[in-house]
Write a protein that binds this ligand. Structure first.
Ligand SMILES: [Zn+2]
Length: 469
């Protein structure tokens, strides 16, 4: 029995690890490599294994850097089951279809440049491949063990990162030997709104752990909420609109939740709140459909409003016409629209209409990559270009930290600290500097911590048996 690292080893994206036992092969995640000029080319490369030789997949959550190459895996011959939790199974089609549409549009654009026939660009995968993935999904309840392959049993536990995020316990048996692995998946912050805290594990022989923010400390959630409240108070005095470029899954629902939770205190009733993104609306509906994954506070809020969404003044803008109608509103609107980095999508129209107006506010709630419009706003550029036109930035731009969906260093250490016997830990899903920083801290706790790289293989029979279950 063997564990080998392929993706998200020494970097953040492309999560993919392989577990071998009894002649069978199980993939943990099959994520897309994102960012960087060579990401597209790397995604196109052959997998370092036969896709048809994979017997099953266990998927931790629906973020594209964890699930994004499943359609490619299927396209290249994988026919086995994809085990994942119910909420992830509901989010997966939304994310994968969006990804396929994006890839198909990109390929179309490239082909419009009249390439010779033999140089035509094919999309990495298309909607048919996505539908094949969806047909191969086998829903797996949280907290209930399932034999996913002969000799490999898996159980998914809450990871508190986005809805439908899970850590995975894996029991592997071969030749009379048995070992237990825990794969963290992506871990959320302990006091994340809506979601339950990451599951508290006690036992494992070996731990695979994410390290995205292994070298960072987040701002406290309460500080962040206070800041949001004071921005809204200022915006109310100024009488304009508030524009929020927001990511469709996680951040948008968290913002709505904060508005509901502070409904009276922040005078939220005086605003009209627009969720102007078909994808965010679809994702929100999945959130509202899974109250069993809510934490106590969120369940109470849901009960007090008699259901979801807990905001009577929320407007879901489904169609382009709904979206355009918002353009006529001069004040009193909070407009949450994609894309999250304002490099496309409906938010561009709202920015075009509201940026030149000093009484309006823009709220940046997530990481903004260099080169995006969002980044130019964060950097307080006096003028920006939208749809080919120069737009003066007179609105006030605020950057709100602290809404990260990932645990920081202290929280990662807290998560690991619950394991008894300090099992060896292999760090994935982090830039090398961040993983190294976390490894140092883990070693201070007495753990044997290793920063992984692609191709690193562990013989599981050689790992000490510590786990009691
Ligand atoms: Zn994630």
């Amino acid at each position: 029995m063997q564990l080998e690292f392929f993706g998200a080893a020494g970097e953040v994206t492309g999560s993919c690890h392989i577990l071998r036992a009894g002649g069978r092969q199980l993939l943990l995640d099959c994520g897309m490599i994102q960012g960087g000029a060579d990401a597209t080319a790397r995604n196109r490369r052959a997998f370092p294994f036969e896709a048809s030789g994979i017997d099953a997949v266990v998927l931790s959550h629906a973020h594209i850097d964890h699930c994004g190459r499943l359609p490619l895996l299927v396209k290249r011959g994988f026919r086995g089951p994809i085990h994942t939790n119910p909420a992830c199974a509901d989010l997966l089609p939304i994310l994968l279809r969006d990804s396929a549409n994006l890839l198909m549009r990109e390929a179309e654009r490239a082909n419009r440049e009249l390439r010779p026939r033999d140089q035509r660009v094919e999309p990495l995968f298309d909607l048919e491949d996505v539908e094949a993935v969806i047909r191969q999904v086998q829903v797996m309840a949280y907290d209930a063990p399932r034999e996913v392959l002969p000799g490999i049993t898996a159980r998914v536990r809450e990871a508190g990162h986005i809805l439908g995020s899970s850590s995975v316990e894996l029991w592997v048996a071969e030749g009379g030997q048995k070992r237990k692995l825990v794969f963290s998946g992506d871990l959320g912050q302990y006091d994340t709104p809506i979601l339950q805290d990451p599951y508290r594990f006690e036992s494992a022989d070996l731990v695979l752990m994410e390290s995205t923010y292994g070298d960072r400390r987040h701002r406290g959630r309460e500080d962040t909420a206070r800041e949001l409240g004071s921005i809204l108070a200022q915006a109310e005095r100024d009488g304009g609109n508030v524009i929020v470029p927001a990511f469709a899954i996680g951040r948008s629902q968290e913002l709505l939740y904060l508005l509901a939770k502070n409904y009276a205190e922040w005078h939220v009733a005086r605003w009209k709140i627009f969720l102007d993104s078909p994808m965010a609306i679809a994702a929100s509906r999945v959130y509202w459909k899974h109250p069993d994954r809510f934490d106590e506070e969120s369940s109470r809020l849901r009960a007090s409003f008699g259901g979801m969404p807990p905001l009577p003044n929320l407007v879901l803008s489904e169609t382009p016409d709904d979206s355009r109608a918002i353009n006529d509103i001069r004040g009193g609107a909070i407009i949450i629209a994609g894309s999250g980095m304002a490099n496309g999508g409906r938010v561009l129209h709202h920015l075009k209409h509201n940026l030149p107006r000093p009484e309006c506010h823009v709220l940046i709630v997530g990481f903004q990559a260099p080169g995006t419009l969002g980044r130019q706003l964060v950097d307080h550029k006096p003028d920006v270009r939208i749809h080919g036109r120069e737009v003066r930035v007179a609105a006030q731009v605020h950057t709100l930290g602290g809404l990260s969906a990932h645990a920081d260093q202290a929280q990662l250490l807290r998560w690991y600290d619950s394991f008894s016997g300090r099992p060896p830990v292999y760090l994935v899903h982090g830039e090398v500097a961040s993983a190294e920083a976390l490894a140092l801290k883990l070693r201070e706790l007495g753990a044997q911590a290793t920063v992984t790289h692609p191709g690193l293989t562990i013989d599981l029979a050689g790992v000490n048996a510590l786990a009691r279950d």
